[in-house]
Ligand binder design. Structure first.
Ligand code: HEC
Length: 130
């Protein structure tokens, strides 16, 4: 587990280096960035639920968008790149719509944040270790 995390961090650092090297960082906050696991821990604590029930503050919506944007920069332990891109992009688009207060945004967000839709192709469940 620890090794997996270390490797993940190393990969993230590489990806960050590559992406920041080739494109301007349009929201220059933390250099290290948020990992997939950081986002997942927030979801596990029910962060997204406030968005779904409409009680999220603007700050929380913005935080959700930051979380969503962090995901495509990470590499999931399983599944194809194109699938990961597609699912994370859907979440970014939906989170942006939530921030903008667009019609149907919450429904779209609810679909995009579906845990199982993304975990099935991209998460390795502990019982079936590689
Ligand atoms: C867009 C894709 C995506 C969505 C949506 C998603 N997850 Fe995840 N989740 C992942 C990936 C990928 C991992 C595996 C991360 C790893 O092992 O590096 C993961 C792992 C986790 C973990 C384990 C984190 C850890 O410490 O290893 C938890 C808990 C979790 N997700 C909760 C949730 C919950 C709750 C939801 C729904 C509300 C959700 N996730 C929705 C992609 C997603």
């Amino acid at each position: 587990m620890l090794r997996k995390i270390t490797l993940g961090v190393a990969l993230m650092a590489m990806v960050t280096m590559i992406t920041t090297g080739t494109q301007a960082d349009h929201h220059g906050d933390s250099k290290k960035g948020t990992s997939i696991e950081d986002v997942m821990h927030a979801l596990k604590d029910g962060f997204h639920k406030k968005i779904l029930d409409g009680s999220a503050t603007d700050e929380e919506k913005a935080q959700m968008l930051d979380f969503a944007k962090a995901l495509p920069k990470g590499t999931p332990p399983k599944g194809s790149k194109s699938s990961w891109k597609k699912l994370t992009k859907k979440l970014v688009v939906a989170s942006k719509a939530v921030v903008a207060g667009k019609d149907g945004a919450i429904e779209a967000f609810g679909e995009a944040i579906n845990c199982k839709t993304c975990h099935t192709p991209h998460k390795v469940y502990p019982p079936e270790k590689q």
